[in-house]
Ligand binder design. Structure first.
Ligand code: ATP
Ligand code: MG
Length: 125
């Protein structure tokens, strides 16, 4: 299965080209190195594939879903770490667990019990 498949993906900001014409395929289980000089458009490409920004041109599918029309299906199936920016560092342990609990659809009541248990279990009070 092809997990990432792009055809002539492009992005421009106010007429300035950030990504010109990216066509690539990544197979399931593969490790893909995406290299280029500063400003080449790597981050912008990853942001498009993660549905954080809309392509101005081209098309792509991610884990079998169409980038233009199936953003929610893609978002619920992928994980992305952009640079070192990590949301969790600005949060308490409790807030971070709360966030992950919500992302995994754990009901509110179960969530708070489990968070309390885990924080205690790992001595993080
Ligand atoms: N939000 C934005 N608005 C305007 N221009 C942008 C925006 N984001 C990126 N660009 C421009 O698009 C081009 C590609 O940037 P991008 O950040 O994708 O490159 P990169 O390959 O990730 O670079 P680096 O190696 O420095 O991380 C650059 O010229 C950049 O200035
Ligand atoms: Mg970058």
């Amino acid at each position: 299965m092809c997990v990432i498949d792009t055809k002539s993906l492009a992005e421009s900001y106010g007429g300035a080209e950030a990504v010109g014409d990216v066509s690539l395929r990544v197979e399931r289980g593969g490790v893909f190195g995406f290299l280029g000089p500063n400003g080449a458009g790597k981050t912008t490409t990853v942001r498009m594939l993660a549905t954080l920004t809309r392509p101005s041109n081209g098309e792509a599918s991610v884990v079998g879903f169409d980038l233009q029309n199936q953003g929610p299906a893609i978002r619920s199936r992928i994980g992305v770490v952009l640079r070192g920016e990590s949301y969790e560092y600005s949060k308490t342990v409790e807030q971070a667990l709360e966030l992950y609990g919500m992302l995994w659809d754990i009901p509110r009541s179960t969530r708070s019990d489990r968070i309390e248990h885990l924080i205690d279990e790992f001595g993080l009070t």
